[in-house]
Every structure is written in structure tokens, then in C-alpha cells.
Design a protein around this ligand. Structure first.
Ligand code: 13P
Length: 255
């Protein structure tokens, strides 16, 4: 993990009412609101952002959104812009999550526009990539990751400069919500590939500074072995981030 500060992020997806989200975040603030060893982030639904922000105020826990549009405003019914997310207190935004790609048809072209906009605004993009089971079994993991990286970062590739604060999340689709975690070795191989790709396409310094999170059935009992790998800098947690006990168990993986 070296010089990179670990990050533990909770992606709440389309879960939790406002009162549930506020209660959860109150406990997090009480228990780990001043933690220095890792960066902690929660990504609630759009409707929970403002109430959660109120509770987070003054703590070290960061607020992220799960998606955004690439324009600032306009006739885009149902969409939320990065500017609006910043207004409500978000510092991060998850982009290109596999559920956005597979259920809502988001392409690399769209994701590239969003990453570009987020980074222009000063919102930290958490770019998600990952292969399906079929792709892994066909031996296509590296090819899929390479295509997703070059497609979703196309604007940056043409300038050969990547945003220094970019965070990448490797989330194998077959491990999301299935209880099947990638083994630490499988995850490390993918993370190592991502870092090498960054070095080859941008530069060594950016590659060694970029944090790469693992996502897919992360639990209190598997986080430590994942974090022990050289290129795993943190976790993007779905299901286990919805309950204080399991999320705190993950955040305190080295306690
Ligand atoms: P689970 O932790 O529920 O597998 O979800 C992972 C994920 O998709 C986080 O973005």
C-alpha cells in the first residue's frame, strides 16, 4: 500500500430511508468520525445527501454521490449535475459502476464525459471497472479492464495527463452482491494491471499515487487479507456498508 492512504467507501446504492441513513451516519461519526488512518466516505442516495451532510459536518467522513450528469444544467429530465452535488456538499462521485453500465446502458463514452466534468469541477471521480464472470472464464479479464480504462479515460489519454486525485475501483461483476469475493491474489493481479496501465499510458508518479479500491462482497472477515496486498488501497463496500456493525468492522480492519 506504501505511500497511499487507505480509503474505505460505502456505496449505499438505492437503499436506506432518510431516517435510516441519518441514524447510520450518526453512529459512524461517533465511532470513527475523527479517524486519521484511513479516509472514509459514504455515498447515499440523492435524496439522503443533504440530511446526511448535516450530520457529517465537522467530521472527517466524506460525502459522495453515486452518479452525475456531465452538463452543469439544462433540459435533462431526471438527471443531477456535478455542480449540484458540490452544492449539497459532495467531494466525490462514483462513476461507471457496473450497475450503471449493465442495467442503465452507460457506455465508456458517457463515463469519460462524466469523469472529465467531475475532474474539471474538482469533484473526485471514483471510476469503476470490472469484468463479468463470462469474461473472466473466457480469459478476457485484462482485455476488458484495458478497454474500460482506455474508453472511460479517453479525454485524459489524448492529453496524456490523468487527474492526480482520480480513484479507481476494481469491482469484478461476479463478486458484487454475490457473497463471492475475489481472492486477494485475483484482486491484486487486477490492481497491479491497472497500476501498470496507468504508468504506461500516463506516468510512473501518477500511477504510484492513484488509489485503487477493491469492491465485491467485502466483509469484516475478508478485508484484512485484501488490504495486505501491495496494490489494494481500500474498499468500495455495498451491502456491508448498510449496517453500522459490519461497516465499522471493515473500517477497523487493522485494529
Ligand atoms: P457488495 O459489497 O454488496 O458486493 O457491492 C459492491 C459494490 O458494488 C460497491 O460499489
Amino acid at each position: 500500500m506504501g505511500q497511499r492512504k487507505p480509503m474505505i467507501a460505502g456505496n449505499w446504492k438505492m437503499n436506506l430511508s432518510i431516517s435510516e441513513a441519518v441514524a447510520l451516519v450518526r453512529t459512524l461519526v461517533e465511532e470513527v468520525g475523527r479517524i486519521e488512518a484511513s479516509d472514509i466516505l459514504v455515498a447515499p442516495s440523492f435524496t439522503c445527501l443533504a440530511p446526511v451532510r448535516e450530520v457529517l459536518n465537522g467530521s472527517k467522513i466524506a460525502l459522495g454521490a453515486q452518479n452525475m450528469h456531465w452538463e452543469d444544467s439544462g433540459a435533462f429530465t431526471g438527471e443531477v449535475s456535478g455542480k449540484m452535488l458540490m452544492e449539497v456538499g459532495c467531494t466525490h462521485v462514483i462513476l461507471g459502476h457496473s450497475e450503471r453500465r449493465h442495467i442503465f446502458g452507460e457506455t465508456d463514452l458517457i463515463i469519460d464525459k462524466k469523469v472529465k466534468k467531475a475532474s474539471e469541477l474538482g469533484l473526485t471521480p471514483i471510476l469503476c471497472i470490472g469484468e463479468t464472470l463470462e469474461e473472466r472464464e473466457a480469459g478476457k479479464t485484462v482485455e476488458v479492464l484495458k478497454n474500460q480504462l482506455s474508453g472511460s479515460l479517453a479525454s485524459f489519454l489524448s492529453r496524456r495527463s490523468v487527474p492526480q486525485h482520480l480513484i479507481v475501483a476494481y469491482e469484478p461483476v461476479w463478486a458484487i452482491g454475490t457473497g463471492k469475493t475475489a481472492s486477494p491474489q485475483q484482486a491484486q493481479e487486477a490492481h497491479e494491471f491497472v497500476r501498470r496501465w496507468m504508468a504506461e499510458n500516463f506516468d510512473e508518479k501518477s500511477a504510484s499515487g492513484i488509489r485503487i479500491l477493491y469492491g465485491g462482497s467485502v466483509k469484516p472477515d475478508n478485508i484484512a487479507s485484501l488490504m495486505a496486498e501491495a496494490d489494494i488501497d481500500g474498499a468500495l463496500v455495498g451491502g456491508a456498508s448498510l449496517k453500522a456493525e459490519s461497516f465499522l468492522g471493515i473500517i477497523r480492519y487493522d485494529a
